[in-house]
Design a protein around this ligand. Structure first.
Ligand SMILES: Nc1ncnc2c1ncn2[C@@H]1O[C@H](COP(=O)(O)OP(=O)(O)OP(=O)(O)O)[C@@H](O)[C@H]1O
Ligand SMILES: [Mg+2]
Length: 349
């Protein structure tokens, strides 16, 4: 069992609050993604869990033990840093095996793990080079290798794929996920990339300004976002959040009421849930058309609000066209504008 339990962690840098009462649990063997925009506190939290930094308040439990006051080496974790933190004077092979040597892992076992990791990461031909002789993406893979050979029950990764090209990134995502499953590692993986979160995670912990905005499965965050922030952070293009007039119509449209008349409410609708037709419920004008190959983004104006629809294939509309928009009622989300909180019936989940 190697569960991670983060209990009320706060971190202040002088008056600046980097983390505020962050609490969540990652069950043993699960892949959790810590997601959030730049500066929201992801690296700070990871460093605190690893024991490289102290929290101002709160406790860290790993595998049922309170490790808050333990040194990093005693916590049973491996970590991949956002900056690779490689030793410049050691070769790739020495960098990867450094931790194993320190822990007196026998030579044969060291060799076996090095072979396995360098094969997996495509580093076999580079084992005798120094970090300064590697590209950024290669250095990043060495940092990954060091975590992989550790075989620690808990692994922390801070944006480990940020310097790889799109194709390698895609491959490495699958490899990391497969490795994590095979070794039953409890993973806490930091990224600001929502696609990475959606495709890799069993559990997504979304941070915003040092607080947990939402904690749940990718499905739950995508399908039932608890706030406007969460609704717009996952999904590209993001969910449309449309202000309503006091009559409950789309602001400035004079159209039909879409909800009980509440001027402080906004509705949310995902681009792929919108139908665009010649004649329908909500009158709109097409402003932009972006053809992406598999689908087309149609940017429309309804009253004084902008609404983006995602349609399959070539949509067959042009800028300036008068169209109608519609969507199934059960696809519509409802938020309170002032607080950004979800207020519709699915609130409970
Ligand atoms: N040593 C420090 N001294 C003062 N403030 C710091 C320090 N380290 C981080 N911060 C601040 O704490 C906040 C969180 O930083 P952190 O590095 O955890 O963000 P992040 O979510 O990892 O961002 P990114 O996605 O850009 O890596 C930021 O506002 C940052 O400026
Ligand atoms: Mg960071």
């Amino acid at each position: 069992m190697s569960e991670i339990f983060i209990d009320g962690i706060s971190r202040f840098w002088g008056p600046t609050r980097a983390l505020e009462k962050v609490t969540f649990r990652v069950e043993s063997g699960r892949f959790a993604v810590l997601l959030g925009p730049s500066g929201c506190g992801k690296s700070t939290l990871l460093r605190i869990i690893a024991g490289l930094d102290q929290a101002s308040d709160g406790r860290i439990h790993i595998a049922g033990s309170d490790v808050t006051d333990m040194p990093p080496a005693k916590r049973g974790i491996s970590m991949v840093f956002q900056s690779y933190a490689l030793f410049p004077h050691l070769t790739v092979a020495q960098n990867i095996c450094f931790g194993l040597e320190v822990r007196n892992v026998p030579t044969a076992e060291r060799k076996k793990r090095l072979d396995e990791a360098s094969e997996l990461l495509g580093l076999t031909a580079l084992l005798d080079r120094k970090p300064s002789q590697l590209s950024g993406g290669q250095q990043q893979r060495v940092a990954l290798g060091r975590a992989i050979v550790a075989h620690a029950p808990v692994c922390l990764m801070d944006e480990p794929l940020s310097n790889l090209d799109a194709q390698l990134r895609q491959e490495m995502r699958l490899e990391i996920r497969e490795l994590q499953r095979r070794l039953a590692i409890t993973m806490l993986y930091v990224t600001h990339d929502q696609v990475e979160a959606m495709t890799m995670a069993d559990q997504v912990i979304l941070l915003n300004g040092g607080r947990v905005e939402q904690d749940g499965t990718p499905d739950a965050l995508y399908g039932t976002p608890r706030t406007i922030f969460a609704a717009r952070f996952l999904g590209t293009p993001p969910m449309n959040v449309i202000n309503l007039s006091p009559e409950g119509a789309i602001e400035g449209s004079g159209g039909p009421p879409l909800a009980d008349g509440r001027g402080d409410h906004a509705i949310g609708i995902r681009p792929e849930d919108i139908r665009v037709t010649a004649a329908g419920r909500i009158g709109a004008r097409v402003e932009t058309v972006e053809y992406l190959g598999a689908d087309t983004l149609v940017g429309c104006r309804v009253g004084n609000q902008a609404v983006v629809a995602r349609l399959p294939g070539r949509a067959g509309f042009s800028a300036g066209d008068g169209v109608s928009l519609d969507w199934p009622a059960e696809r519509q989300h409802m938020f309170e504008r002032s607080t950004g909180q979800r207020i519709d019936a699915r609130n409970a989940t």
